[in-house]
Ligand binder design. Structure first.
Ligand SMILES: NC(=O)c1ccc[n+]([C@@H]2O[C@H](COP(=O)([O-])OP(=O)(O)OC[C@H]3O[C@@H](n4cnc5c(N)ncnc54)[C@H](O)[C@@H]3O)[C@@H](O)[C@H]2O)c1
Ligand SMILES: O=P(O)(O)OC[C@H](O)CO
Length: 335
């Protein structure tokens, strides 16, 4: 049975939420974008632009904005969640009773919850009581600004329910955005969360002045540790060779648009964590998720040396120079 998406609610109006609202509207849905600040919701509606997060991008007429979550969710058959991962549980607790029965819940978030080591789709199921068949994730090499500018890009929609995955695929397929389906929810979510941690390391390397060999080595060994962890959690190893694995890792570790890579670059150039946080307005998920990824890996006995190094730099005061020294002096082994 096909479940067409007619009306979508997107919570909330950051860079990716606003961009994805545009994608959905360009593909034909009526979209209500929730912004926490009333003045931002009013400005989006009046100017057809989210000047705070996507300056210069015109939003299609199919997107309207509100600061009222109940209004956004009323009658929605698709509920898209795009907020910082560590704030999902608290926010969703307020929104859960407003989510229409049988609406599909789609997570765009790329993080692992601190303390519980839950993936975002698991948090969605726990807080809303939704069956996992109703919960999907979208992940891939999707730098918001490039997609908002309609540069061609592909992505992956993972859902245990094939009908829902295909309905979502149709709902966000445009001439510039090409979604693939994949039943591997665990692998797609893990790929998205761990690549942010590896991108922090790639940014540190960039900030220290290292070039392409270093970045390629981090990408490849980062992919190896992501796949090891994924396999321990029951993911399909092939997922990590796809868009939600290698694709996203390459884009994020290479692009100056990535907030995670930029955060690491600041550290590599000698800024302190406090100075870097102060200089960062938008969400760099890997800074918090590096600790939950490490907890998850340790709970499953999986070796994740790059993630460990990022935790030491972001949370234990290790210098970028020392981080490189420690990674390079690890015991020699076969690939
Ligand atoms: N920006 C991208 O290119 C991109 C692409 C793919 C996935 N993602 C993922 O999407 C998620 C959202 O990222 P983003 O880029 O839109 O972030 P952002 O920082 O641009 O926007 C975050 C949004 O969440 C809201 N918000 C911030 N703190 C909040 C809180 N405590 N409670 C409720 N709302 C809060 C903000 O008002 C804003 O609307 C992240 O998990 C990110 O990894 C981002
Ligand atoms: O800007 P970042 O580092 O959060 O990365 C954005 C997207 O996840 C890239 O796919």
């Amino acid at each position: 049975m096909t479940r067409a998406v007619a009306r979508a609610a997107v919570l909330s109006a950051g860079s990716w939420g606003t961009t994805f609202a545009k994608v959905l509207a360009d593909a034909g849905s009526e979209v209500t974008l929730f912004a926490r600040r009333p003045e931002l919701a009013a400005a989006i509606t009046a100017d057809r632009e989210n000047a705070d997060y996507l300056p210069g991008v015109r939003l299609p007429d199919g997107v309207t904005a509100t600061d009222d979550a109940a209004r956004a969710l009323d009658g929605a058959d698709l509920v898209v969640l795009s907020i910082p991962s560590q704030s999902l549980r608290e926010n969703l607790a307020d929104w859960a009773h407003l989510v229409p029965a049988d609406a599909t819940l789609l997570s765009l978030m790329k993080g692992i919850e601190l303390g519980t080591t839950r993936r975002m789709s698991e948090v969605v199921c726990e807080v809303t009581g939704a069956h996992p068949d109703r919960v999907a994730v979208l992940s891939g090499p999707n730098l918001a600004r490039e997609i908002a500018e309609e540069q061609p890009s592909a992505t992956v929609i993972a859902c245990a329910d094939t009908d829902r995955a295909e309905a979502l695929q149709a709902a966000c397929h445009t001439r510039y955005f090409r979604p693939y389906t994949n039943p591997d929810v665990v692998g797609c979510e893990l790929g998205g969360a761990v690549k942010n941690v590896i991108a922090l390391a790639a940014g540190v390397a960039e900030g220290l002045g290292f070039g392409d060999n270093t970045r390629a080595s981090l990408i490849t060994r980062g992919l190896a540790e992501t796949a090891r962890l994924g396999q321990a959690l029951g993911a399909d190893p092939l997922t990590f060779a796809g868009l939600a694995g290698l694709g996203d890792l390459v884009a994020t570790c290479s692009s100056p648009l990535s907030r995670n890579r930029t955060f690491g670059e600041h550290l590599g150039r000698g800024m302190s964590i406090e100075e870097t946080v102060a200089a960062t307005r938008q969400t760099a998920e890997g800074v918090k998720s590096c600790r939950s990824v490490l907890d998850l890996a340790q709970a499953h006995g999986v070796d994740v040396p790059i993630t460990e190094a990022v935790v030491r730099v972001c949370h234990e005061g290790e210098s970028p120079v020392q981080m490189v020294r420690e990674i390079m002096s690890r015991e020699a082994k076969s690939e």
